[in-house]
Design a protein around this ligand. Structure first.
Ligand SMILES: Nc1ncnc2c1ncn2[C@@H]1O[C@H](COP(=O)(O)OP(=O)(O)O)[C@@H](O)[C@H]1O
Ligand SMILES: [Mg+2]
Length: 306
């Protein structure tokens, strides 16, 4: 039906279309000259709009609070983005997300954590390990944590309407949706529309059965405006460490180099390549020392970790 009504001027902006329609109605016929002129004006306006300088100026960036991370993505995640945080188990996805929300509440932004597998207390405990008092922000009304949530998409949208969050985390989407179905699922599309309309910056955690070195994608990876992959591996077959890679961030020039990170007393922090080299060297020496003194080990001693 719409095609019948607007047979050829579908690339015109709404206001240009209105001018054209009014004129053609009065004239009782199509007016190609006017249409071309309006199209030309639209193009000019569009060009102005996508001037790279003005685009970078208007993008508001949401800082993650992860030391060293925001610098790799021009200062933060663009406001209103849905970013997939993915990786195998135990690689820091939950920690990363808690840290992201706490950066928000510190700036008086309302934040929500939807966990599909963990209890609220567990998340609060995990945050206390890094000296963050999530409970304090819950009491102040800036943070909501839904543990073991069984909420429907309608309820989630209702919570958005009432609480008006600026940042939201879903941990993890694999529990909430079937990977193969979710992109077409009306439930997810409804949630996504609300996130877009309300410009909520959102981290969506997904689980991988493989590390960074396997270039394999699942359906969740195609959904986000950005993808951050977290992993842990042995450096020089010796030193175990965590890595993340920013694989995608729309509207942003990204540094895609795999970055070593660690869990410090303040949460996740970048280590930096030079520090990593130094740490591997220290680790290698301590291992060597141990290998040189095996005879001194009393077999009755309890086994201690390296
Ligand atoms: N305070 C800490 N110090 C050192 N390592 C930690 C600390 N907290 C968590 N970790 C490590 O991070 C891993 C879990 O982090 P988490 O964010 O829950 O991962 P994921 O959500 O990816 O499963 C644990 O396996 C643990 O080794
Ligand atoms: Mg987790």
């Amino acid at each position: 039906m719409i095609r019948d009504k607007y047979p050829i001027h579908t690339t015109l902006s709404t206001s240009a279309m209105r001018i054209l329609e009014r004129y053609e109605k009065e004239l009782g016929a199509k007016n190609l000259v006017l249409e071309q002129a309006l199209l030309g004006m639209d193009k000019l306006r569009f060009r102005e709009k996508i001037d790279p300088q003005s685009v970078s100026r208007i993008i508001k960036r949401t800082r993650t609070g992860i030391r060293g991370f925001d610098e790799l993505i021009e200062g933060g995640i663009p406001e209103g983005f849905v970013v997939v945080v993915t990786g195998p188990p135990g690689t820091g996805k939950t920690t990363f997300s808690i840290q992201f929300l706490l950066e928000g509440v510190k700036n008086n932004e309302r934040c929500i954590y939807f966990s599909f597998e963990e209890k609220v207390e567990q998340i609060i405990k995990q945050s206390l390990r890094f000296g963050w008092d999530a409970g304090e922000y819950i009491d102040k009304g800036y943070l909501e944590i839904f543990g073991f949530t069984m909420l429907s998409s309608e309820e989630i949208i209702e919570i958005f309407n009432v609480f008006k969050p600026r940042r939201v985390v879903f941990d993890s989407l694999n529990i909430f949706f079937d990977e193969k179905e979710f992109r077409k699922s009306a439930q997810w599309r409804n949630i996504l529309k609300e996130i877009r309309d309300k410009k909520i910056t959102c981290l969506v955690i997904t689980e991988k059965k493989h590390g960074l070195d396997v270039r394999e994608f699942d359906d969740f990876d195609f959904m986000g405006d950005g993808t951050i992959f977290l992993d842990k591996k042995l450096m020089k077959e010796l030193y175990p460490t965590y890595f993340f890679q920013i694989q995608k961030m729309r509207l942003t020039k990204i540094n895609e180099i795999q970055q070593p990170f660690e869990f410090s007393d303040h949460g996740i922090e970048l280590v930096g390549a030079r520090n990593l080299e130094r740490r591997i060297a220290v680790f290698a020496t301590s291992k060597k020392v141990q290998e040189e003194i095996p005879t001194k080990v009393n077999p009755d001693d309890p086994v201690r970790p390296v």
